[in-house]
Design a protein around this ligand. Sequence first.
Ligand code: V47
Ligand code: SF4
Length: 365
Amino acid sequence: MNLSDHLQHKELKLISEKIASGIRISQEEGLILYTTAGLPLLGLLASIVRKRKNGNIAYFNRNFHIEPTNKCVYNCRFCSYHKPAADPASWEYSHEEMLEIVRRFDNKPVTEVHIVGGVHPSYDLHYYGNLIQKIKKHRPSLHVKAFSAIELDYMIRKTGMTIEDGLKELKEYGLDSIPGGGAEIFDEKLREIICQEKSSSETWLAIHETAHMLGIPSNATILYGHIETYANRIDHMERLRNLQDRTGGFNTFIPLKYKKENNSMSYLGEVSIIEDLRNYAVSRIYLDNIPHLKAYWPMTGKEIAQISLSFGVDDLDGTIDDTTRIYSMAGAEEKNPVMAAEEIGKLITDAGFDPVERDSLYNRL
Ligand code: V47
Ligand code: SF4
């Protein structure tokens, strides 16, 4: 072993001891993990954190998606999904068409509807509020997890309200929680390059912080594997960890790997599966105050989702019906994302974990 190997080994040993003792690691230490720790060590350390937080449990829930529209006023460079309003490949469902999707699940034991789409130029808060109200009227027990902070920012501004008043109003209409989309990567310079027009990182964080203060829990994501550096990923997680220290309102963190089909960043290609697993592990270790780490299996594919359980993941997203196009258009691994609860249960058991069906707030069902 030469001197630099020796120093690196010593550094990793100290960081590992901290993690094993439940001590928070710094930004510098997170960066050292990304740049120097191998996959087996990361898997081991992430599993220690995972076990401390969630034991041997791997959660799943029964949900379905509604994507109200792919018309979008923005033009993010990584997006394969949005279309200008005049494009023949664009769609917008009426309230009645979306209620029809809800009714399709009338005799099925789903507990959550996940509603996310493009930022339609003409829909305001009341348009979406009325939709939530109709869904709740039809099926009051269905948890409505809806609208990324980017959609919320637009619809609230369009209605002329403050973030706080807008979120209060949506809560009145029946909004239960907020999904994690739109975070992308918080570094302002990168945002300028990959999603120049969309709401700022500051606004994304302010919307989630306000939601938490109003008792609306939420999720957080990161879009990784494009032009960001490891330091950008750590900075992203640092901002989330700081917010979570103040509010405790994030339930789960969902790393989303950049997929290259049909968008203007395709030339970048995609990062490897090893990178996906290393990223899950560092996320689990770094975000010591967010209880859950979710693998979105329609994107990763079922096998990688299964392996990710040994790299810090404790939640597999959903028994998702074939209603989501955000990922199929970007080149998702699962072209037809449907998985029955029994299949998820078996996938988890085969990996050596205990499957637990949860509701949207991680209560055991
Ligand atoms: O914000 C768009 C991402 C997100 C691509 O909260 C892409 O439970 C990869 O946020 N390659 C929307 N990613 C999806 C989302 C989500 C998914 C699952 C669960 C939850 C939750 C939230 O999709 C966008 C963007 O970051 N995205 N295009 C692409 N080409
Ligand atoms: Fe619109 Fe969302 Fe696509 Fe950006 S990622 S263009 S905000 S649909």
